[in-house]
Design a protein around this ligand. Structure first.
Ligand code: AMP
Length: 401
């Protein structure tokens, strides 16, 4: 059920949001994307006259003792001012997540206003998925809404366990969560062909399961980034000092064989921009990716590979992109990633459905200024990948029950 299908008029509504925003040393928010993306759900609930209770985690607090630095650093109190600016509503903050003080504040909260609770991860019970902790939170509200797609793959107290304490007609997805799921399903259920996945990033171990599961779905898989070199070595290439995970060479071979069986084209970069040092000002040259001299490492796909990848992308009707093609943070190794970003945008304007999922490709598409030119940019890297790997997301299962 979605929030719009539930009667929340003048009710107390507890919304699990993902306000896990980056903060600088002065506790200023450096990127408010996650807060902005939660606004449609919050605004909708406020407009319905609901009293809106928000909970979220922030960062990974380790020292949970009273007055610890982590409690200072990761307090949601740092978000109150910006939340009131974004929502235009009155925001109260309570420096706990459960307990008498929170219950009193929730009970007294008028419709059309927001009560922000303290970081759910200040209780170890959150990550442990503790039932009593979840039940205490549930007692604050009549309705529970999960809009935290970014943590939907975690079976934590506030993201999953809590849902069982609400009847089926009193729990549902927020608008962001619904949009994420709708878009993820476009890729996993009968996507328009040809379907192409662009998979990059540093480590093959992070994405190997995804690659495996994508083979039956995809017509083309374009491999870039550091992970390409494990495949190139598995095929007998010389990769110099490029990133390589030797433990995964066999699995890489299996994947290549499996793809051949399923008629899925796996592309490896035929050339690479190589460097004699992992540094922005390193000496560079472009060589064949399977003939990299010792002492040199591949840090971006080369111009031939970039051309091939762009052509495949532009000929596709559905595109998934996860992970950069090179060390795009350094200009000398960013061309492959930005050219691929442009090709994804071009494919979109030609009518393809394109989904960008995963932290670094999202920041690459933002850096390229093309985020508005693709079909959907996912907020949940890990959750999106697990969904596409075919895993059930605990946060989704708990609502659907
Ligand atoms: P991931 O988090 O696995 O998606 O990896 C993203 C990171 O991979 C980015 O910070 C890139 O700089 C890095 N990366 C991409 N290509 C390479 C490469 N060829 N060698 C080393 N690091 C890379």
């Amino acid at each position: 059920m979605n929030i719009q299908d539930i009667n929340i008029k003048y009710k107390k509504v507890l919304i699990r949001v993902d306000f896990n925003v980056p903060l600088d040393a002065e506790r200023n928010i450096t990127d408010d994307t996650r807060m902005v993306k939660a606004m449609p759900t919050i605004q909708y609930a406020l407009a319905e006259g609901a009293a809106v209770i928000l909970c979220s985690h922030l960062g990974r607090p380790k020292d949970l003792s009273a007055d610890s630095d982590d409690r200072q650093k990761y307090s949601l109190s740092h978000l109150v001012y910006h939340l009131s600016e974004l929502s235009g509503a009155k925001v109260q903050f309570v420096d706990d997540t459960i307990g008498a003080e929170v219950e009193a504040a929730a009970a007294a909260l008028p419709g059309g206003e927001i009560l922000l609770l303290e970081n759910t991860r200040f209780y170890k019970e959150e990550k442990a998925g503790d039932a009593d902790f979840a039940k205490s939170m549930s007692e604050l509200a009549d309705v529970y809404i999960n809009d935290a797609f970014g943590t939907a793959h975690r079976a934590h107290a506030s993201t999953a366990v809590i849902a069982q304490y609400f009847d089926k007609d009193k729990r549902g997805f927020g608008m962001l969560m619904n949009a994420e799921l709708t878009n993820a399903r476009k890729l996993s259920h009968n996507p328009a062909k040809p379907v192409t996945a662009i998979i990059g990033g540093a480590k093959v171990s992070d994405k190997i399961q995804l690659l495996k599961n994508l083979i039956p779905v995809m017509d083309n898989i374009l491999v870039g980034g550091g992970m390409a070199y494990t495949f190139l070595k598995a095929k007998g290439g010389a990769i110099g000092n490029s990133l390589c995970e030797d433990d995964y060479l066999e699995m890489a071979k299996d994947i290549l064989a499996e793809a051949q069986k399923e008629n899925t084209n796996i592309y490896l970069p035929e050339d690479s921009v190589i460097a004699d040092n992992f540094a922005a000002d390193a000496n560079t040259q472009v060589v064949a990716s399977d003939n990299i001299p010792d002492g040199w490492m591949g840090l971006d796909i080369g111009s031939k590979a970039t051309q091939v990848y762009s052509d495949v992308i532009k000929a596709s009707k559905t595109v998934l992109w996860n992970g950069p093609m090179g060390v795009f943070e350094m200009e000398a190794f960013s061309k492959g990633t930005f050219t691929v970003a442009q090709a994804v945008a071009d494919a979109t304007s030609d009518g393809a459905y394109t989904l960008i999922g995963g932290g670094d490709s999202v920041s690459a598409i933002n850096k390229a200024g093309l985020a508005e030119k693709v079909s959907f940019v996912s907020t949940g890297g890990g959750a999106m990948l697990e969904f596409l790997e075919g895993k059930e997301l605990p946060g989704v299962k708990a609502i659907e029950g």
